[in-house]
Design a protein around this ligand. Structure first.
Ligand SMILES: *Cc1c(COP(=O)(O)O)cnc(C)c1O
Ligand SMILES: [Zn+2]
Length: 417
């Protein structure tokens, strides 16, 4: 267990004792997302990266000493994290880079990286004696919360706009979540979830509001560093909606850098869809997060649609401080990237995850990625999440044959013997 030293607001730089604030900065309101910080001097002396080599815990709890959880607190039984990291030489060749890897976070129990955040939130709820967890989301965050909560028999309340697509809600209902269909916008559902949770003492997982989601997700950076023998890649490409994942990847490497376990933080390249690219815009124009205005956002990659990204301040910092970049890719490029990614690496990614490959190719063309760079693509969610878009991404169909050898040979243009 790591004792949280302070929660620090990125907007006003004020520090709070962890037990005094549950969600965002009391002075800055909802935009004041808090960073969870530790006593790094103390940790540097008490922890050593080499002891991990003997650990037989193959999940995110491998890094429990760097997570904000009491040592006695139970953790959910589902195996979250320690997802595979694959060397992908054909991908490197296709992108024109010195090396390439894929980290497949679609391999988590509910099939996305969001499980890392939900597992920590559910564990922290349990530690505080709270038995209802809530969130406002139609997507992977809600599925992750519903799944992880189900594994410990905790109740989940999910707030979604009444207009949310039926198919997205199915996974939640299967896990036994109570789904509240709010007659209003997504923003209204989001605020309602937070307000009722505060009033009733439930634990709200809302992205950008609960500072601890990032602490769960940062474990993906720990794994990348350890799986690469503490010599992380030069560049990591991450798809971005609300910006919580890219901010968490940064936070993970920040922690490791503070501890002296890695020498540098990789450059982070954030990828958005051109139909939902407020962070790309802000980064290009040098706009501060506080001055960003909501845009009308849409994309086939539903997991990265965000008109005013909830974790915009920390997402911009992640890219600026790591000397990275933001790029926007059109939906057609995202669709093309689905089969490309699958064929080059064997990893089947949902549209939002395949967007990272499309973005890596664009970043390479634009010079943000150089031929000498060693590049990792973070695959954030499984292709099985969205079969309809996968179908749309391929031109091929099956080949109809008769049940005879000749028919197969003829269909495959083999010599008829
Ligand atoms: C949530 C999600 C993202 C984007 O994460 P943000 O924190 O919203 O930027 C990307 N890919 C997948 C599969 C996701 O579920
Ligand atoms: Zn503040």
């Amino acid at each position: 267990m790591a004792t949280v030293a302070e929660l620090r607001c990125l907007l006003c730089a004020r520090s709070f004792a962890p037990e005094t604030v549950r969600y965002t900065c009391p002075d800055c309101g909802p935009a004041g997302t808090l960073d969870v910080l530790y006593d790094y001097d103390h940790l540097r002396h008490s922890l050593h990266r080499d002891t991990l080599a003997t650990s037989r815990e193959y999940s995110m709890w491998r890094y429990r000493d760097l997570l904000p959880l009491d040592s006695s607190a139970p953790v959910p039984p589902l195996r979250v994290g320690f997802t595979p990291l694959y060397d992908a030489p054909r991908l490197a060749q296709a992108m024109g880079t010195a090396a390439a890897w894929v980290k497949d976070d679609g391999q988590n129990p509910t099939a996305s990286l969001k499980d890392r955040a939900s597992a920590l939130i559910v564990a922290r709820a349990g530690q505080q004696g709270i038995d209802i967890v809530t969130t406002a989301s139609t997507g992977n965050a809600a599925a992750a919360l519903a799944g992880v909560a189900a594994s410990v028999g905790m109740r989940t309340l999910i707030f979604v706009p009444a207009s949310a697509p039926e198919a997205k809600i199915a996974q939640l209902l299967v896990y036994g979540a109570t789904v509240l269909l709010v007659e209003g916008t997504y923003d209204q559902a989001f605020d309602l979830c937070l307000n009722i949770s505060e009033a009733e003492g439930w634990y709200c997982r809302n992205t950008g509001v609960n500072p601890y989601t990032s602490e769960g997700k940062k474990t993906v950076a720990f794994e990348i560093a350890e799986q690469m023998d503490w010599n992380p890649p030069d560049v990591i490409v991450v798809s971005v909606g609300d910006g919580n994942i890219i901010a968490s990847v940064y936070k993970g490497f920040y922690d490791l850098h503070q501890l002296g376990w890695i020498e540098r933080i990789p450059r982070l390249i954030g990828v958005q869809s051109t139909g939902s690219a407020p962070l790309v815009d802000a980064w290009q124009r040098g706009t501060s997060a506080a001055d960003m205005q909501p845009v009308d956002a849409h994309s086939i990659a539903d997991s990265i649609v965000a008109g005013l990204p909830r974790d915009r301040t920390r997402a911009l910092r992640a890219v600026r401080d790591s000397n990275g970049a933001f790029v926007a890719v059109p939906d057609e490029a995202i669709l093309t990237a689905i089969p490309q990614f699958a064929r080059l690496t064997g990893v089947f990614a949902e549209p939002a995850a395949a967007a990272a490959l499309a973005g890596a190719q664009l970043a390479r063309e634009q010079g943000f990625i150089q031929p000498t760079d060693r590049v990792l693509i973070l695959s954030t969610g499984s292709g099985l999440k969205d079969i309809a878009r996968a179908r749309q991404s391929i031109a091929e169909t099956g080949i109809r044959v008769q049940p005879s050898l000749d028919s197969v040979r003829s269909a495959l243009k083999l010599n008829i013997r």
